[in-house]
Design a protein around this ligand. Structure first.
Ligand code: DGY
Length: 327
């Protein structure tokens, strides 16, 4: 019997054409909006495999009804939308797409850092409002990044790429905090491991690159921001719920930190009346870290290959819960 694959969004053709070459029956959700969870469950019930992404809620409720799935293949490196523990207990392997978007996401983190340091988004909006005026020797001043200290929270694939950019461009000193030390990256970047509080105290730019877990949820809250330098820039391109957004807003308003660059917000989508959007030192993007043609093509290929390899050889090249395949 042909395997029926449910493809939850219109992912780039690069990966979909690989699936089409196999002996599968594909159902592709053609609408621009994601499926509601009810629609997703309804569809998934009649399929063997699911290719999904962060807008699809693969939680306890979904898995209770779709425990028959052979594989869930996530089009993303983050998978906090999936209850991996429950999928594992049901024997469902979960694939993901690491590294495909590391360069693209590091570019967005790096770009946001400069944009915040020089108030770029705010100044752009001022021109649109007809507020250019004239050259002002003491107005619109930003801060320089040369020789500053970059603190990375989560020095993995993307964090390393961000640190390399900052080192090469601005000769920044790199400090980091991780669950486990990354000795290879320490050598590569001459980076120093520090405790979380020291990361807060010493960073001129603090960039978040960790996964969203119960431990990291809203770890950047009022008490964390209070410990940071008043000149510090907070960058988050990982997951919005890692920072407490009202506390972040308050920290900028109170001058506890200089500003923030966010590609992810808490919650998403950010509403147009959010005070961060009109602040001088805040630059916000709508979760586009992986949004390059190259990265999205590669993500699509990896997500498709996880399904193809699974059915052809019971291997999944990029798997979140490898223990399932050993069962
Ligand atoms: C990811 O891969 O987790 C990004 O957030 C979306 O591409």
């Amino acid at each position: 019997m042909k395997k029926k694959i449910l493809v939850s969004r219109q992912y780039p053709k690069a990966g979909i054409s690989l699936l089409e070459k196999e002996d599968f029956l594909l159902t592709i959700w053609e609408k621009q909006r994601p499926m509601t969870q009810d629609e997703l469950i309804e569809q998934a019930k009649t399929h063997h495999a699911l290719m999904c992404t962060l807008t699809d809620k693969i939680d306890n409720h979904f898995l209770e009804q779709c425990g028959h799935l052979d594989i869930i293949s996530q089009f993303a490196v983050g998978y906090d939308n999936i209850d991996v523990e429950m999928a594992t207990s049901l024997g469902i392997p979960v694939g993901f797409t690491p590294d495909a978007m590391s360069e693209a996401t590091a570019d967005i983190a790096f770009g946001l850092m400069i944009a915040v340091a020089r108030k770029m988004f705010f100044l752009h909006k001022a021109i649109i409002k007809g507020q250019w005026g004239y050259f002002n020797p003491t107005g619109n001043l930003g801060i320089e990044l040369k020789n500053k200290t970059l603190g990375i929270f989560g020095l993995g694939r993307i964090g390393v790429k961000m640190a390399q950019r900052c080192k090469n461009a601005y000769d920044m000193d790199i400090i980091y905090h991780n669950r486990t030390r990354n000795k290879d990256a320490e050598k590569l970047l001459n980076a120093s491991y520090v405790e979380f509080d020291d990361l807060l105290l010493q960073s001129d730019v603090l960039s978040v690159h960790c996964a969203l877990t119960p431990t990291t949820k809203e770890i950047f809250n009022r008490s964390a921001f209070k410990k940071m330098k008043p000149s510090a820039i907070f960058i988050n391109t990982a997951r919005g719920p890692i920072h407490h957004e009202k506390d972040l807003t308050h920290a900028i308003q109170e001058g506890d930190i200089w500003g923030t660059g966010l590609d992810v917000t808490n919650p998403e989508p950010m509403q147009p009346d959010n005070p961060l959007l009109s602040m001088e030192n805040a630059c916000i993007l709508p979760h586009v870290g992986s949004g390059t043609i190259e990265a999205r093509n590669q993500m699509s290929v990896l997500a498709a290959m996880n399904i193809i390899e699974f059915y052809n050889s019971r291997q999944i090249p990029h798997i979140v819960n490898p223990e399932v395949l050993k069962q």
